[in-house]
Design a protein around this ligand. Structure first.
Ligand code: NAP
Length: 312
């Protein structure tokens, strides 16, 4: 069976940064990419807060650069999904794509988080034909049409701003009377003419027919007396931006997590409860969830993996 010194699972900024550092430390890392190659950065537009890029850089370009840098330094990037793990003893046994198995002396979990979908009628039915969680992937299909973005965080603002350049009108459906997003993003959204924010509003049902989504039922609380009234909006696309859930399931038989599945690390660092297993990026980050913090954690995980191997 193939034996790998440092196996990295996940191909976002945490995984690729870990690969860059592990390569330079001579650990010959192998990265298992996961289903969402490049992670969440591939679904974003311009990133203005990653240091080193004066005018910002597109998310997909940033992560592609990280991949190329890791490969140049010697990391092997393999397409595949980890389907089973046995972390009961070292070397760890990792099954990939339900078939092949490798052994890993150290493991860095950098599997990130995936977009959540609200569980309301119509979501499952119209996923892929009007319901999406990625404006940059699917926005093109709604050129000149009306769409809605659910949520009031930075992702929702980013999605709404991007869609507003393609679509006729963008509704933002926000359940409170404030947004969670950063001030800069809020200001941009509120200044955009074809974005209409529906405050204190929640989607109740996504409506559609054979052609896909045709509308959405929304419940809005009156600002005066809080009384809730339903209305139907005609639209063709609904974009979910209501947060993410960590991709830790395949490791949870062995690795301690929070109730929501975020991997618990020692003192908020990168060490998990299993010696030789490290976690980096959004899969272990309840608080910051930034590309730069994921990259930093990837760096720490690779340094710790190297120190661990040297201590044996
Ligand atoms: P988030 O900050 O957790 O925001 C989720 C949004 O969805 C909130 O407005 C939340 O409302 C709403 N929501 C959650 N559950 C809901 C439900 N059941 N029904 C209706 N609305 C619901 O998630 P995010 O926007 O994906 O951002 C995640 C992290 O990534 C954040 O730290 C963010 O700063 C970061 N990020 C940064 C950038 C950037 O810097 N360029 C871009 C994207 C994301 P409540 O506020 O009422 O809870």
């Amino acid at each position: 069976m193939e034996r790998i010194k440092c196996l990295i699972v996940g191909s976002g900024p945490a995984g690729y940064t870990a690969a860059i550092y592990a390569s330079r430390a001579g650990l010959a890392p192998v990265v298992i990419s996961g289903l969402e190659l490049g992670g969440q950065l591939t679904t974003t537009t311009v990133i203005e807060n990653y240091p080193g890029f004066i005018e910002g850089i597109d998310g997909p370009a940033l992560v592609e650069n990280m991949k190329a840098q890791a490969e140049r330094l010697g990391a092997q990037i393999r397409m595949g999904v980890v389907t089973k793990t046995d972390l009961s003893s070292r070397p760890f046994k990792i099954e990939i794509d339900g078939s092949s198995q490798v052994e890993a002396e150290t493991l860095i979990i950098a599997t990130g988080a995936s977009a959540k979908y609200l569980q309301i009628p119509g979501v499952e039915e119209f996923k892929g034909s009007g319901v999406s969680a990625c404006a940059t992937c699917d926005g093109f299909f709604y050129r000149g049409k009306d769409v809605a973005v659910i949520g009031g965080g930075d992702t929702a603002c980013e999605e709404a701003l991007y869609l507003s350049t393609l679509c006729n009108k963008v509704y933002m459906i926000i359940r409170r009377d404030v947004m969670r997003a950063s001030k800069a993003m809020q200001e941009r959204v509120l200044a955009r003419e074809n974005i209409e924010v529906l405050w204190k509003s929640s989607p109740v049902e996504i409506l559609g027919d054979m052609s896909g989504v045709t509308g959405m039922k929304v419940a809005t609380a009156s600002p005066e007396d809080g009384e809730i009234s339903d209305r139907e909006i005609n639209l063709h696309g609904v974009f979910m931006a209501v947060g993410h859930h960590p991709n830790s399931e395949v490791f949870t038989p062995w690795i301690n997590t929070t109730e929501e599945g975020y991997i618990l690390t020692e003192d908020g660092g990168v060490k998990t409860n299993v010696e030789g297993v490290f976690a980096a990026g959004d899969v272990a980050d309840l608080k910051y969830k930034q590309a730069i913090t994921a990259a930093a954690a990837g760096c720490k995980a690779a340094i710790e993996a190297d120190r661990y191997l040297q201590s044996l």
